[in-house]
Design a binder for this molecule. Structure first.
Ligand SMILES: Cc1ncc(COP(=O)(O)O)c(C=O)c1O
Length: 486
């Protein structure tokens, strides 16, 4: 197995992982009380805050729970018998399989009334701050009755850009509001970033598997994708990325460093630094998609590769789609040395981003309470991921593997080799159950036995029953009871 770059894991994470290991081996069992924070810090010779961070991280992942005045206790183990997906390392080469037709089917089927929402990467609307947004909306309409009568030209509404810059500090990035360009969602940010740094025919390196919308964007611009083998919790191999850069003259690299879609990992600070340095060394633009960064379960916001960017080489893209509103279609980009070009491209593409959502989101972010809301949201998602993981462990066939997300609400499931996830997808569509088949996360047709489940919705009996149905469908496919459909 090729080594990942030598990256250091933070102490609290090492401690948390060793406790997780003890839980999975049954040394610590459900209901067991963990040592007190003070006692454990003495025993491990680490600071009290390191132990607290480790406990909070485990609590956010649903592995332990704190009981008032009693301490921390082990919960029902997180999918204890189900291992993580394997790290596979096929030789990277540019490939061109396009899954847009299946992507359209996935989106269309998710829109059907009564569809069980395990497919699209959408948060439960009930968890979103709708009431607060509506309140602000009413206030803004009263204050600026002419809001819809003019363009808000690039770079976008100043109040919103100030809030974005303020929040970026939490991710270790000092960005000037004037350098931030507001876009129509992260999708527009990604498209503009690609157009600014590469041309048709150029090679773009990506994690594998990766978000199908990003793959679609690269291919629709006539660029070629090269997939870098990616560890399910530690990111793409930096050694293999460097080889690919040397061999295929890679022009840009796309990474989803916090809350990867579909793997759910959060890369370590050392990894991000190494990635920023490696790409800068070879003059390869780094497009960093931080869509899920606010949903990292850790005690503090994770850093970004952008925070280690010395040369303006990182184009940081994000949006409010996963934490405030997907419907506002509001995203942004900090494009480093490509900023001027980005603004030109924005003008040529959509001219400006809609004004009203910018005003509402800017005020919402300023109004306070967003961080408290995010804590509740993260806890809800971690719990939903835990429930779905347990159900997969219970209902899916022997040999199934699942990721251990460190952010967000997406779960990547690796089924036994002989189970074709496209067949499973067709059966799920017939049963009106959402799920996303693995091959659309690749341009090579890989991941035929994998699928992504979204845990964005509150746990319910309906979701439980849907997972029973999917588990049975897997059994049926494994027995050979379902014929292939071309
Ligand atoms: C990793 C990633 N990037 C970008 C997008 C697109 O985001 P937006 O809705 O803000 O355009 C998504 C949507 O699911 C995503 O998962």
């Amino acid at each position: 197995m090729p080594p990942l770059a030598a990256v250091k894991t933070p102490l609290y994470l090492k401690l948390a992982r060793s406790l997780e290991e003890q839980m999975s081996r049954g040394v610590l069992r459900p209901g067991d009380r963990l040592p007190s924070v003070r006692a454990f810090s003495r025993q491990q010779r680490v600071s009290i805050s390191t132990v607290l961070e480790a406990y909070i991280w485990l609590e956010n992942r649903g592995a332990i729970e704190s009981r008032p005045k009693s301490g921390f206790f082990v919960r029902v183990p997180f999918a204890k018998t189900v291992p993580e997906p394997r790290f596979q390392t096929p030789a990277p080469r540019p490939a061109s399989f396009s899954a847009s037709a299946i992507v359209r089917e996935v989106i269309r089927s998710a829109d059907r009334p009564g569809n069980v929402p395990l497919g699209s990467a959408l948060p439960d609307p009930q968890l979103m701050p709708n009431a607060k947004l509506n309140q602000i909306l009413r206030r803004i309409i009263r204050r600026y009755p002419m809001h819809s009568a003019e363009y808000t030209f690039p770079p976008g509404a100043e109040g919103l850009r100030r809030q974005i810059a303020r929040r970026a500090l939490g991710f270790g990035c000092s960005l000037a509001p004037s350098e931030i360009l507001v876009t129509s969602g992260a999708m527009e940010a990604l498209n503009l970033a690609l157009r600014a740094v590469a041309r048709a025919g150029d090679v773009i390196a990506v994690e594998s598997p990766t978000y199908f919308g990003g793959l679609d964007a690269i291919q629709s611009l006539g660029m070629r994708v090269i997939e870098i083998p990616t560890h399910p919790s530690e990111g793409m191999s930096l050694d293999l990325l460097e080889n690919a850069i040397r061999k295929h003259r890679v022009k840009a690299c796309v990474t989803i460093s916090n809350g990867h879609n579909p793997l759910g990992y959060v890369l370590s600070d050392d990894y991000k630094k190494a990635l920023a340095e490696l790409t800068a060394k070879h003059d390869v633009a780094l497009i960093e998609d931080n869509l899920y960064g606010d949903l990292a379960y850790g005690p503090r916001p994770p850093k970004l590769a952008k925070s280690f960017d010395q040369k303006g080489n990182v184009l940081l893209c994000a949006s409010i789609s996963k934490v405030i509103s997907p419907g506002f279609r509001l995203g942004w980009i900090h494009a480093g040395r490509y900023q001027e070009e980005l603004e030109q491209l924005k003008l040529k593409t959509t001219v400006a981003t809609a004004t009203l959502p910018q005003l509402v989101a800017g005020e919402y972010l300023e109004s306070g309470g967003f961080d408290r809301y995010l804590v509740r949201l993260r806890i809800a998602f971690a719990e939903q991921v835990r429930m779905v993981s347990q159900a997969v462990a219970k209902y899916f066939p022997e040999g199934t593997r699942i990721t251990r997300p460190a952010a967000g609400y997406l779960l990547w499931v690796e089924l036994p080799k002989k189970i074709d996830s496209l067949k499973l997808f067709r059966m799920a569509v017939d049963a009106n159950i959402g799920m996303v088949p693995g091959p659309i996360f690749s341009t090579t047709g890989r991941f035929g036995n994998c699928l992504r489940l979204s845990c964005g919705y509150r746990w319910s009996d309906t979701i439980d029953r849907a997972l029973v149905t999917l588990g049975r469908a897997c059994d049926e496919i494994a027995r050979g009871g379902v014929r292939s459909q071309a």
